[in-house]
Design a protein around this ligand. Structure first.
Ligand SMILES: [Zn+2]
Length: 358
């Protein structure tokens, strides 16, 4: 209702745009899961056919965690999401081979649209960086980055068999060091705060996360979802914190994605939506090089579902300068992922790694 009141016309216009077959893509998607928490999802070809040419480039990855179906816990009910069972989650490294083979199954023209990402590693394991290297060695000429991988994630981190990762764990530094050496873009999920935190408190994870980012100035990092989540709400000074980080010269390698409908909802959560949209737009307009749109869709089954977040953000797109809109929707993606592709291929080449000729 509020969404319609504030941006109904704009949303309708966005919906019309996604229905029509525009000459050029509406956006590049910096955050897309081809498979879900039980590793199911469409074929890459099927996905591209479903979404058509309205999306340009797509950063495509799986989900590093498998939701266990424990008959002891849920009997014949087969959970497909982490909120559907108390049975644990465990790391599922085969997702990287699945994504690499999905990419290789595409035509050259379709491969040019896709940036596959490595995500099947345990970020608490000092050997995780070795897994990333092994995937590049086994599947050269495929990957552009790592992630989305999670450190602190509401409802998830506490369910992981073997224990939760931490910002204080040197395994994370080994991962970010290696990514910086190779040129892999890093997409990291880390909640800025704990669930249901008082909005006035200092965000629980901010200081440690900022320290991690500052320890890896050579690594291109995208912080997913502005650190927000289903119940991890924006803190009081969210805009000021984001601006402070972006103004910090030691964090010139830090970017944000605004993916996930659980994030977009915060634009519309109170009667002061126009002011909230204006505040968010002001931050993006001022730092137009540092924000990327992403859907965070997981194994979508319809184009309507896939494009829904782009539509939901219509009032925000309208509040951005043309330059900031173009960069947030497409330009920043192209700049970061083109640079990554070039550097990762060069690293592979310098390590005599190349894809087998068909
Ligand atoms: Zn995600």
């Amino acid at each position: 209702m509020l969404l319609l009141a504030c941006g109904g016309g704009l949303v309708a216009a966005a919906r019309a745009a996604t229905d029509a077959a525009p000459a050029i893509a509406l956006f590049n998607d910096s955050h897309f899961h081809l498979t879900n928490y039980v590793q199911n999802g469409p074929e890459a070809q099927q996905f591209l056919r479903m979404v058509g040419p309205k999306v340009g480039r797509v950063a495509m990855f799986g989900i590093p965690l498998q939701q266990e179906w424990s008959h002891d816990v849920s009997g014949d009910f087969a959970p497909t999401y982490y909120l559907q069972s108390d049975a644990p989650l465990y790391y599922y490294s085969f997702t990287d081979a699945h994504i690499a083979l999905a990419y290789r199954s595409l035509s050259k023209a379709d491969q040019a649209r896709i940036d596959p990402m490595i995500t099947g590693f345990n970020p608490a394991d000092m050997y995780a960086a070795d897994h990333i290297r092994r995937v590049l060695e086994d599947f050269p000429d495929v990957f552009s980055g790592i992630g989305e991988f999670s450190i602190h994630k509401e409802f998830v981190s506490g369910k992981i068999a073997g224990g939760a990762p931490s910002l204080l764990n040197p395994a994370l530094d080994r991962i970010l060091d290696f990514a910086g050496e190779v040129g892999l873009v890093v997409l990291i999920h880390n909640d800025i705060d704990v669930p249901f935190a008082k909005a006035t408190d200092r965000p629980t994870y901010l200081a440690d996360l900022e320290a991690v980012f500052k320890r890896h100035p050579r690594t291109t990092i995208i912080w997913a979802h502005l650190g927000l989540g289903r119940v991890v709400r924006p803190v009081e000074q969210q805009g000021e914190i984001v601006s402070r980080l972006l103004d910090d010269p030691q964090l010139a390698h830090l970017n944000f994605d605004i993916s996930w409908n659980e994030v977009a909802k915060y634009l519309y959560r109170d009667a002061d939506t126009p002011r909230t949209i204006a505040r968010v737009a002001a931050v993006i307009n001022r730092h137009s090089d540092r924000f990327l749109f992403g859907t965070d869709e997981v194994a979508p089954t319809t184009a309507k579902q896939y494009y829904s977040l782009y539509e939901q953000y219509a009032p925000l797109w309208a509040a951005l300068t043309p330059e900031a809109r173009e960069k947030t929707l497409k330009g920043n993606y192209a700049r970061l992922f083109d640079a990554a592709r070039g550097r990762v291929r060069a690293w592979e080449h310098s390590h005599r790694l190349s894809a087998p000729t068909p």
